[in-house]
Design a binder for this molecule. Sequence first.
Ligand code: UFG
Length: 338
Amino acid sequence: MSKILLTGGAGYIGSHIAVVLADHGFEAVIADNYSNSSRWIPERIARLSGKKITAYDVDCRDLSSLQEIVKKEGQISGVIHLAAVKAVGESVSNPLKYYDNNIGCMTSALQLMETTGIRHLVFSSSCTVYGSCQTEEVFEQTPWARAYSPYGYSKQVCERMMEDLALVKNNWKQVSLRYFNPIGAHPSGILGELPIGPPNNIVPYITQTAAGIRERLTIFGDDYDTPDGTCVRDYIHVMDVAEAHVKALKYILQEHAPAIDQFNIGTGEGVSVKKLVHFFETSTGVKVPQIAGPRRPGDADAIYANVSKAKRILGWKSHYSVQEALSHAWQWEQNLKT
Ligand code: UFG
């Protein structure tokens, strides 16, 4: 069985990737410092996948710890690199945390590959790399504009690092997946996003409001130039995001794959904030108290993915609807209480 080093593998997206990797016959070796996760997550992954999960408590900036893992585990066929911090607002107030963690972890991941002979990398990127671009539908070749935040800039830098490495490592295969808005939870309700403090992202805020943990949801701006005045995003089920990683991994494990490639990972459909809340209420039967508030600085009015490249080349497309993703998130929220 092929072993894959999964950095950030105990996190929200990483833990779902670990389950899907196991379903496809790969063995995930997790490296995570649990800064935004819990130590019981690997046990959940093992329970869901029915496979043994190896997890190391390491800071991925520390190259020697990563090298130790490879020494201990033996043959590792590739790295799926997610370890990073991801709160956009926090990155504005504490930029150095983002440059240190996100660029530091990426540097170590690449140095690990250079020093151990691992040649395959799938990188967790984001639609944030497109920055403040002028179009709503973005293609992989849409030119990047200035990033909205240090978080966004850290993702741009990481992708640039991959490009620079591709010029000198002629047997490496690297791919970056630009996720749009991952939401939802494992359909079993056993795995999902762990809230630490008040959520920054809309879906955990909706589920916590529905559960009575938060008083009400504030809709950040209802005067945008969109059909109902609220921002439009491309919400994608986390299991679909996880599947995309396995497809991307299989793609680069083929010798004819290009040295470097990028894919948008979304549904291809824009959904407004108001519509999202409506979908939640109709698919769960639970009301979400809400008020309209001012715009959140830095929010784009509308952005969604063109996903034809992922469909054509990876044979990947989303399977779950936004309503299913919201039901799964709600199921997870309810399980968290018990
Ligand atoms: N929103 C609300 N109320 C809330 C939270 C969010 O109205 O309490 C709105 C936001 O204004 C936005 C939409 O819901 O219009 C989605 O907001 P999220 O914070 O859930 O997601 P973002 O689109 O801001 O951020 C996502 C990812 C980031 C990524 C960014 C790139 O979470 O990792 O897209 O645009 F960098």
